[in-house]
Design a protein around this ligand. Structure first.
Ligand code: URA
Length: 322
């Protein structure tokens, strides 16, 4: 198996073990289901996992040969390949007893549902007072702890990259996930893409310390791959709380991944840019990820248009070119 895929699969296996699923091969009565559900009840799980488990509880399988590992794993998780092989053999066993139309629903890969941050949780009834926000962010960081809630904890991460900047910022940037430099330093956007983001912030007439910067996931995905839904859906509860504490006037989603999870829609950037969206009481604008702009600098002009829209909203004047 290629090194990258192997590393990823190992991370997911460790994660499942951490959830209490140790036996990937046992055949027989699926007695594990209640224990999986009990673990799930206590563990902060992404929605697709929870609904997969719920589906299993309702449709308690009669099928022999159902592996415990397969049930709670969302389709998009990289072990899906292994999972679908197992599912196929279980389906064959099922087909002997049942018609295709009575195939239990739990054998179908659960679909990762996209939910916008606005729909993930009700808006807070009261807002954290400005002088209390640093402390409130520290409480969230403490709650995260030495997190093992998702497979990224087992994928070679060095730091949990929480967030950086002014707890009372009017403007918040949200990227995708830490890269190598961020994983080393524990600070978001400090590598090459971070330097470009700093320039963009400066061009808007602001200093980096005046904005707040965070990511959809707080741990580095191996080889900088895009976070899997199970990772983003697990981690987003903390970003959501950070947004609720900071209460920026404007959130800028950097790139398609940030936009997808914040807005709960899977759409091309061109369909999302150039207009306002909403997120946790803030106005949300979508622009290109700085890493993309490094690869295709011709799009910088387009990104600048997005930032000008944000500047108009915040009453900011472009910095004089130095
Ligand atoms: N890319 C991101 O999306 N976030 C970072 O923190 C760094 C690079």
């Amino acid at each position: 198996m290629a090194g990258e895929a192997e590393q990823q699969l190992r991370a997911y296996v460790e994660y499942l073990r951490h959830m209490g699923i140790h036996d990937f091969y046992r055949r027989g009565e699926p007695v594990f289901l209640d224990s999986v559900a009990a673990v799930a009840a206590e563990t902060v799980l992404p929605l697709p996992v929870k609904s997969a488990i719920a589906a299993v509880r309702v449709e308690a399988p009669r099928a022999v040969g159902v592996s415990s590992a397969r049930v709670p794993v969302p389709a998009a998780v990289p072990v899906a390949a292994t999972v679908s092989v197992l599912a196929a053999s279980a389906a064959e066993a099922d087909a002997d007893a049942d018609s295709v139309s009575s195939r239990p629903a739990f054998l179908e890969p659960p679909i990762a549902k996209l939910v916008s941050f606005d729909d993930l949780a009700p808006l807070p009834e009261s807002r954290v007072a400005a002088p209390k926000r640093v402390e409130a962010l520290a409480v969230i960081r403490t709650e995260i702890g030495d997190c093992t809630r998702c497979p990224l904890a087992y994928a070679g991460r060095r730091s949990i990259v929480f967030g950086d900047g002014d707890a009372n910022a009017r403007l918040m940037f949200v990227g995708e996930g830490p890269g190598a430099d961020e994983d080393t330093s524990g600070v978001p956007f400090v590598g090459k893409a971070g330097q470009l983001l700093n320039n963009m912030i400066q061009a808007m007439g602001l200093k980096r310390e005046e904005v707040y910067i965070a990511n959809i996931v707080k741990c580095r995905p191996p080889n900088n791959r895009v976070p899997e839904p199970v990772e983003a859906n697990t981690c987003d509860q903390f970003l959501l709380q950070q947004i609720d504490v900071v209460q920026p006037q404007v959130v800028v989603a950097l790139g398609a991944t940030a936009a997808m999870y914040l807005l709960g829609v899977k759409q091309s950037l061109s369909g999302l840019r150039g207009r306002w969206h909403s997120c946790r009481g803030a106005k949300l604008a979508v622009t290109y990820h700085p890493a993309f702009l490094l690869r295709d600098p011709r799009q910088k002009g387009e990104a600048w248009k997005d930032l000008q829209m944000v500047m108009a909203e915040l009453g900011l004047k472009a910095a004089a070119r130095g």
